[in-house]
Structures are given as structure tokens and as C-alpha cells.
Write a protein that binds this ligand. Structure first.
Ligand SMILES: [Zn+2]
Ligand SMILES: [Zn+2]
Ligand SMILES: [Zn+2]
Length: 365
């Protein structure tokens, strides 16, 4: 999940004080000359550099007056126009908010936020500098969080869908009638989602996606992840892990989410001195999810002594790890007490189930 999330970005034409931009619009591509070099023929007909390059590759002339132009080096750069554009006034981007009338979450409408926004008017070439010191920071961070969550949920849905498709194509003999009917209904809801997509606002989209995901999860009952994590040479390794140092399990995945378990053989912090701490961590962050899990340190000698920690928690970017900071007494983790096998292994049984992808939306408000 290393791909960078889509981030909302205002467009310059939206934040300009004077919206009359025809003097700064390239007559070929119709873009404003933001971050563009402007070149002109000797008669003063100007276009952006890229448009000149393209048109000269087809015909060696100015497309307005047809004066011969053999190469771009025969043109002159119009820095005056570029600088004039750069000195145009804009409202600080943090003086806007997203209009509640926006009906396309990928291109939201901006309106001035006269009450809570920044009231600075600056020139285009001062935007970066001003944003670095503007005290009305991160006006769109909530919106970007929403976009992040939409994107992550779309990825998870794609994964779920491919799991369903795989199981559908590979196990036609064993699949029960109920699972095949649920697969077809999930495909229908997916196309319905696409057609209405453009008219959904970001939050509606998110709600829609999380409903769809719950539906998919209930249809395609992802088996709970269950496995044993065997730590070899435990007593040797644990000696090398001082307070706050951990042994990490391999990363595992369930319902499109990645997890790992960490054991702190000498405690998570000094407050847990003398005790083993262990935690389950969510590795894929951003969307709060509800996870039901259990971590069991097995005692092969006497299963009644198995140390069981099980719980249901919300895992999110701000609380990505849950577990037990004080579990077994370190002095008891010996072969004699039965926690370590004769060949010095410690075994942790891990069960993890994502029970809801519908994390609390209120946290964004
Ligand atoms: Zn152009
Ligand atoms: Zn010309
Ligand atoms: Zn500002």
C-alpha cells in the first residue's frame, strides 16, 4: 500500500481574485499559463512553449500570422507576461472551504470561508511561501482523510471481489448454491455503484462503500485468520531484547488487512518490568476497523495454564496496536513451568477476524 493517496488540490483559477483570465490563456491549449513558459513570434503572437513545440513539429510557421519559424530558438520568451501573471492576486487557499453543494467528490466546488478562513490576499508567486507560514493550516486535511479512506476502501473491495471471483472459478464443484447466488448479487451492486458514482458526495461514497464492503464480507465469509507463531530459541533471543525491544511475527493478512504480533520479552516499558508484553498491530493504516482477536501463549505441558488474551477493539492510525502490557511473569517462562518446549520454543496462537470496516465516521467531523 505504498502508493500515495489522492490529495485534493485547489486550482489556481478558483482562488484568483480577478477571474478574468483570457489575457493569460494559451490560445491553443486554452490552459492558463501557470508554470508555463511563454514564447512569441516576432509579431508578438504568443503561446505556451509546449504548444509551440508541437505545432513547429508539424509546420514551421507561426499559426497566427504564418511568419516562417524554423525552430523555437527563433522565438523570444515573453517574461513580461509570465511575471505579470505571477504577480496576479489570489486569495490564500486556506480562505476556502468545500461547498456543501458539491456533488462530485473528485472535483468539489470551493467557496470563500469568510468566518473561519484566512483573509490574506497574496500574489501567485507568494503562495508557497505564504502557505508555509499561514496559521490557517490544513484547511482540507479532513477532506484528504476522506479521500484516503475512499481509496483504501476501494482497494479492499477490489481484493474482496477478486477473492470471490477466484473462489467462484476454482471451486465450481464444491461451491454451495447460496455462495454462487451471493456472488452474482454482489456483481450487480458493483455496477450500480459505478453508474451513480459521479453524483455521490465524498461522504455518501464512503458510506456506500462501507455498506458494500460489509455486504461482501457477509457473503464471502472470510475465515478468521488462525495460526501458530513459533519462536525458536526463545530463551536465547529474549535475553537480547531489553525493555521496549520486541520480537515480531511474520506479517499476515486477513480481509485485505495486514497485521503482525509483537512480543516484548522484557516488557513494553519500565512500568511492565518483570512481565512479558504482547500486542497485535494493524500494519495497513488509515481506515478505522473493528477487529476481534485472541492471542494465546500456549503451555504445552498444561493447557489449563495457557495465557489467553482476547478482545474486540477499534484499530486505527492513532491506535494501531492492542494487547496485554502485563501478561506472564518473565521468571515463570521456563521449561519447568511448561511455557517453553524442551527444544526452547515459545508458541503463540493467533486468531484475528475483521468484524467491521465501518469505523467511526464521527472521528472525521
Ligand atoms: Zn498551450
Ligand atoms: Zn505570429
Ligand atoms: Zn493564509
Amino acid at each position: 500500500m505504498a502508493e500515495s493517496a489522492k490529495v485534493f488540490k485547489y486550482s489556481l483559477s478558483e482562488i484568483m481574485v480577478d477571474k478574468e483570465l483570457s489575457n493569460y490563456t494559451c490560445s491553443i491549449c486554452f490552459d492558463i499559463i501557470e508554470n508555463k513558459e511563454v514564447y512569441q513570434c516576432k509579431e508578438g503572437h504568443w503561446n505556451c512553449r509546449q504548444c509551440w513545440v508541437e505545432s513547429l513539429s508539424k509546420k514551421k510557421e507561426c499559426m497566427t500570422c504564418r511568419t516562417q519559424v524554423n525552430s523555437i530558438s527563433e522565438l523570444s520568451r515573453n517574461r513580461f507576461l509570465e511575471q505579470e501573471f505571477d504577480s496576479k492576486k489570489v486569495y490564500c487557499p486556506n480562505s476556502f472551504k468545500i461547498s456543501p453543494d458539491s456533488n462530485d467528490y473528485t472535483q468539489p466546488l470551493l467557496i470563500r470561508d469568510e468566518i473561519k478562513g484566512c483573509n490574506k490576499i497574496i500574489s501567485i508567486n507568494e503562495i508557497d511561501q505564504h502557505l508555509s507560514e499561514c496559521t490557517f493550516k490544513c484547511k482540507f486535511s479532513k477532506y484528504n482523510k476522506l479521500l484516503d479512506r475512499i481509496k483504501e476502501m476501494e482497494t479492499t473491495i477490489q481484493k474482496q471481489q477478486s477473492v470471490i471471483n477466484k473462489s467462484k472459478s476454482s471451486s465450481s464443484l464444491s461451491s454451495s448454491s447460496s455462495s454462487s447466488s451471493s456472488s452474482s448479487s454482489s456483481l450487480e451492486s458493483s455496477s450500480a455503484l459505478n453508474t451513480t458514482r459521479a453524483s455521490l458526495s465524498a461522504e455518501q461514497r464512503l458510506n456506500d462503500l462501507s455498506d458494500k464492503l460489509s455486504l461482501l464480507l457477509s457473503q464471502q465469509k472470510q475465515p478468521k485468520y488462525k495460526n501458530k507463531w513459533i519462536i525458536q530459541n526463545y530463551s536465547t533471543i529474549s535475553k537480547t531484547k531489553t525493555i521496549g525491544k520486541s520480537i515480531r511475527s511474520p506479517i499476515f493478512e486477513t480481509s485485505g488487512k495486514e497485521f503482525e504480533v509483537a512480543i516484548f520479552p522484557n516488557g513494553f516499558g519500565s512500568a511492565q518490568k518483570g512481565f512479558l508484553s504482547f500486542f497485535l498491530y494493524l500494519k495497513s493504516l488509515n481506515t478505522p476497523i473493528v477487529v476481534s482477536y485472541s492471542l494465546i501463549i500456549l503451555n504445552p505441558k498444561n493447557t489449563n495454564k495457557n495465557f489467553i488474551h482476547s478482545s474486540q477493539q477499534v484499530f486505527s492510525s492513532t491506535s494501531s496496536g492492542w494487547g496485554k502490557s502485563k501478561s506472564l511473569k518473565i521468571s515463570e517462562i521456563t521449561k519447568e513451568e511448561g511455557w517453553l518446549s524442551a527444544d526452547d520454543k515459545l508458541v503463540v496462537e493467533i486468531s484475528v477476524e475483521v468484524v467491521s470496516f465501518n469505523g467511526p465516521l464521527e472521528s472525521l467531523k
